[in-house]
Design a protein around this ligand. Structure first.
Ligand SMILES: Nc1nc2c(ncn2[C@@H]2O[C@H](COP(=O)(O)OP(=O)(O)OP(=O)(O)O)[C@@H](O)[C@H]2O)c(=O)[nH]1
Ligand SMILES: [Mg+2]
Ligand SMILES: [Zn+2]
Length: 291
């Protein structure tokens, strides 16, 4: 028999597929190079019914979004059929604003809603320093939600309602802690959490999708220290920086890269303080990927 399901975990060439009613089974793709990720809707051949045995993935349904990164050599898909990207940063270990910007740019080009969550509010000094590093994002109208995954994870629940969200962020930011607090009975994941002494160590090694209710889900993902955007065009990158919008098309050269060209409207805005230096630096780094 054939059945349709959703990929809830992906590890190597094995995929855990969940079927309506909640049964899951381990499935393998037909063919060689298919890249299947959490959130994918798949058609599975299950010879012995969906309650036992393995399945063969015959087909991947059309995706309404695909979140991925890329470098010079390959694209790496991370999750499919998302509505929202949640980037988790924390008071400690310290986070990279460039990496945060890269995630936001990738989300923008897939037209995902975005949310920045600042975790570990219970560490007061470090928390306020981290919050001040996020002010620029708040001014750009990104939503920033401060919380403690340990004591206040529930504050996030309203932001998850009715959406399929992907949780990303550097290792040690508390992604899995947040998921465990929000979704009861995620024991397998709990075991993978590093203890406080190890904070910063990479603990989650594969993505997994969890249901919050019938129409809300949240995907945990392994921490990434790099996020390549080689697949984007220069124009897509420019457009993903909302503060650049008033100045695009106003440089002397129509193909200005906003680097060293004379009469660059972006650099003029930077020198007037209308564009933050960190954001301009992140833009330069991302634009470098694609040149
Ligand atoms: N003080 C404090 N520590 C937290 C909080 N949330 C998570 N931690 C700790 O931060 C460490 C890392 O948490 P994880 O949930 O494993 O982080 P992760 O983002 O899933 O990391 P990777 O799986 O490696 O990507 C653990 O020691 C957590 O207990 C919090 O709100 N406050
Ligand atoms: Mg984790
Ligand atoms: Zn320019």
């Amino acid at each position: 028999m054939k059945a349709e399901g959703i990929v809830v975990a992906a590890h190597g060439r094995n995929y855990r597929v969940e079927f309506p009613g909640g049964t899951t089974r381990l499935c393998f793709p037909r063919g060689k190079k298919s890249e299947i990720v959490c959130g994918d809707r798949v058609t599975v051949e299950c010879d012995d019914g969906i309650d036992s045995g393995n399945g063969l993935i015959l087909d991947i349904g059309a995706r309404r979004s695909l979140f991925y990164r890329s470098n010079a050599f390959r694209k790496k898909a991370i999750a499919a059929n998302l509505d929202q990207l949640i980037v988790l940063v924390a008071a400690e270990p310290s986070f990279s604003t460039e990496l945060l910007t890269r995630y936001l740019v990738a989300a923008e080009t897939q037209r995902l809603e975005t949310l920045i969550v600042l975790n570990k509010r219970d560490l007061p000094d470090k928390f306020s320093a981290a919050l001040s590093r996020l002010l620029v994002f708040g001014h750009l109208a990104y939503r920033v939600v401060p919380l403690s995954a340990r004591t206040g994870a529930e504050e996030l629940r309203p932001c998850l309602s009715g959406r399929s969200s992907l949780l990303v962020g550097q290792s040690g930011m508390g992604k899995t802690t947040l998921i465990n607090a929000l979704i009861p009975g995620t024991n397998a994941t709990t075991r993978e959490i590093s203890d406080a002494l190890d904070s910063g160590r990479h603990t989650t090694t594969r993505s997994a999708l969890y249901h919050l209710d019938a129409d809300s889900s949240l995907i945990d993902s392994p921490g990434l220290q790099e996020f390549g955007l080689k697949h984007l065009s220069f124009g897509e990158i420019e457009r993903a920086f909302p503060e650049f919008a008033p100045f695009i098309g106003k440089c002397r050269f129509h193909d200005c890269r906003h680097d060293r060209e004379p009469d660059c409207a972006i650099r003029a805005a930077l020198s007037r303080g209308e564009i933050a230096i960190d954001r301009y630096a992140a833009f330069g780094s991302i634009a470098n990927d694609v040149s």
